[in-house]
Write a protein that binds this ligand. Structure first.
Ligand code: FRU
Length: 496
């Protein structure tokens, strides 16, 4: 059934989104039709196409009562727009349809599981949000909310679990035919935990286990979980709020954490072996994954962060974009992420250089562009021959986004101080990398309003949004000392 609230949102986007020219959006990163987005939701395969829903407030570029926007794709790069999927139109979700996920049911319908939010006044006069898990069933365009909603409430929480921080269900179906979902929750110590629920029929859910919890070590509330096997390990993702940095591994504020370990499905025991950040850049949050038919685990995230919203362009018609979907694997106990291989089909105009000596500002013929896939490999001319190396992109006389590497500390720094935003927000992020035989390899993907850096074949990734005018499209290198540089650069051309 299409409620008045949903119809109003659909009419609004149909009427006003066409005013936003494609040239004012990223060419291959997903954006909202109009207005605001935050988390990716319901990233899943349905009837042979990948669907992506997103936290959506069409009416302004601000967060507001959450709807679910909707796009789909066959190649993770062309995003076809579909009408708004969910609106906050029921008593149990009247203040927002928060994040969640989707799967295809055996009967061919698509099931969405999301968090319904309802505000109430607490006895001591605070406005608080009751969060419950809800379901909707549809055909890939229209969805009916489940008559028995909500399907999980405070009654389904473990002792002491907070009904006010109980959100972001990620659902899947295992080979044993059982439906399972993980949901974020806040424990009595004030920090986060990930709960596992099971269901035989995708309707009646039982709490199975608390998979892991922060115990105030990795941030406070744990939002947006995902849980999946990968390369013989089990991976738990979460996006903690109120993180504290631990060296250069995490950073303050809203972070992302990947816990890699082992899992015993019989006892639901998850044993952590390694904990790392998912993305080491500035703008990245709330990642979610799907499994492709050819067995790839592909992740997408909100390429933005709650802590950097101050950088929003003042005249924007859309705000918030998704990361490039990334193929995940585990190597040496660590998460590896590389751009989806589909990107390679859109590479044009290859430019290569081998062993170019860089010892001062260097501009190479053919290196420019704002929709680019470029790999730069850097090695010293001889031991200790350089103190730092820089790649500058989105550059002209005024602007530049810089990726700088210092071999003595093995620190890579992404710097978007001169990238079109004068807001007093975080513009740099530094992290430790692992050079291989003195060499470092940087794959840099640019798409009009973003930079994503993949270090050493995906050992680490760092993402940042930029608002640099598109005319600033030079790419240059620079070194303190002398380095040898190999370059392989393509333009990315996405036919409409
Ligand atoms: C994460 C988050 C989720 C919530 C949604 C609301 O960014 O806070 O926990 O469901 O955003 O828009």
């Amino acid at each position: 059934m299409i409620s008045e609230t949903l119809q109003k949102a659909r009419d609004f986007e149909a009427k006003y989104a066409p005013f936003i020219p494609d040239s004012q959006r990223p060419a291959f990163h997903a954006t909202p039709s109009i207005g605001w987005t935050n988390d990716p939701n319901g990233f899943s395969l349905y009837r042979g196409e990948y669907h992506l829903f997103y936290q959506y407030h069409p009416y302004s570029c601000e967060w507001g009562p959450m709807h679910w926007g909707h796009v789909k794709t066959r190649d993770f790069l062309h995003w076809e727009r579909l009408p708004v999927a969910l609106a906050p139109d029921m008593e149990y979700d009247k203040n927002g349809c928060f994040s969640g996920s989707a799967i295809e049911l055996p009967d061919g319908r698509q099931m969405i599981v999301y968090t319904g939010v309802r505000r109430r006044l607490s006895p001591d006069g605070r406005m608080e949000e009751v969060q419950t898990q809800c379901q909707a069933i549809g055909d890939g365009v229209n969805y009916d909310k489940w008559p028995a909603n909500p399907v999980l409430t405070d009654k389904d929480l473990p002792a002491g679990g907070s009904a006010l921080d109980f959100r972001d269900p990620k659902v899947w179906r295992d080979e044993d035919g059982v439906y399972r979902m993980v949901v974020g929750n806040r424990t009595p110590d004030g920090s986060g935990a990930i709960l596992l629920y099971e269901s035989e029929d995708a309707v009646n859910w039982q709490l199975a286990a608390t998979l892991d919890s922060s115990r105030n070590q990795y941030g406070r509330m744990w939002e947006c979980p995902d849980f999946f096997p990968l390369d013989g390990k089990q991976v738990l993702f979460t996006s903690p709020q109120e993180m504290s940095p631990i060296g250069l591994e995490f950073h303050a504020g809203n972070g992302t954490v990947c816990l890699i370990g082992s899992y015993d499905p019989a006892t639901h025991q998850f044993q952590r072996e390694n904990v790392q950040a998912i993305d080491y850049g500035i703008d990245f949050y709330a990642p979610q994954t799907l499994l492709t038919p050819d067995g790839r685990r592909v992740m997408i995230a909100w390429m933005q962060n709650w802590n950097t919203l101050g950088g929003k362009p003042h005249d924007c018609r859309w705000f918030g974009q998704m990361s490039l979907p990334r193929e995940l694997s585990v190597r040496d106990g660590r998460l590896i992420q590389v751009p989806v291989r589909e990107l390679e089909a859109y590479r044009r105009d290859k430019v290569t250089y081998q062993s170019v000596l860089v010892n001062s500002e260097t501009n190479l013929h053919g290196l420019r562009g704002r929709m680019v896939d470029m790999t730069v490999t850097v090695r010293p001319v001889s031991r200790g021959s350089y103190a730092s190396f820089r790649v500058n992109v989105a550059r002209d006389g005024e602007f530049a986004t810089t990726i700088r590497y210092k071999p003595d500390t093995s620190i890579l720094k992404i710097d978007r101080t001169r990238s079109g935003s004068n807001a007093d927000i975080v513009h740099t992020r530094s992290f430790l990398v692992r050079p291989r035989d003195g060499e470092i390899k940087l794959r840099i993907v640019l798409d009009r309003f973003s930079v994503e850096v993949f270090v050493n074949d995906g050992e680490q990734a760092a993402s940042a949004t930029i608002y640099t005018p598109q005319e600033a499209d030079a790419i240059s290198f620079d070194a303190e000392g002398s380095v040898l540089v190999d370059v392989e650069k393509y333009d990315i051309v996405i036919p409409s």
